[in-house]
Design a protein around this ligand. Sequence first.
Ligand code: ADP
Length: 266
Amino acid sequence: KGVIHARVRVATLSPTAALVIVEDLSEALRLDAVRRDFVANVSHELKTPVGALSLLAEAVQSASDDPEAVQRFSARMQVESRRLTNLMNDLVDLSRLQGAEVAQAEPVEVDRVVAEAVDATKLLAGSRDIEVVIGSPVGAVVLGSEAQLVMALRNLLTNAIAYSPTGTRVVVAARRGDQAVEIGVTDQGIGIPEGEQARIFERFYRVDPARSRITGGTGLGLAIVKHVCVNHGGECTVWSVEGEGSTFTLRLPLAPAGTTEGDTPQ
Ligand code: ADP
């Protein structure tokens, strides 16, 4: 506290004049610490499935005369490998998104983003007997990347499904305003305690790490959503009551009037 990290360089210009350059290093140091934390988190997250896989491989070896045990251990190996794959996929997505503006902003139809994201999570919803209901089309167009927007909405839907009891309902509905369009994903799930709501968009932050282990979540889903929103000049907010459900809302600026899909923005 109160310490200033700076680099000072002095060049003597003449016997009576000198040039002093003071460079503020605090931001660089902060970024360095964030990076180190992230690497530590990633290696911790990798250690869990890799450690489990190695123990399970040993268990399979020593149970070779018990086919039922071999079956059980191999099934768990599959779960752990899926966890590793999810983690690596999310890390790649996140690193592509960070700091990068949407390279090629194209007109994107919001209704299509909704339809594609719902389609991509159909199997998961079915496996948990969750009905996903889509609101009426809004005919809104935003400028950005369709792939990124589908990825963000898919992450919200995956969470809505994963953190809800079977047999409940998830509603995806878009609403078009003057300047922006809002896409809301509402579930009847476990909800998020108020005190945790501000932190869930942080990388690897989970309300209940044990539950996240069961769902196979990586803890990166909402960080990805946040980056997609920022890249599109929008924001993502959460409204939730513990034990009742949650609504996550993506708010994205509309494309200038008259832009339709297929147009190339200037
Ligand atoms: P995870 O892979 O753990 O789901 P996310 O970044 O997607 O990671 O979400 C972070 C945390 O936010 C989750 O671990 C969970 O505790 C909480 N969360 C996210 N979405 C929901 C939801 N729809 N209902 C309840 N909790 C949620």
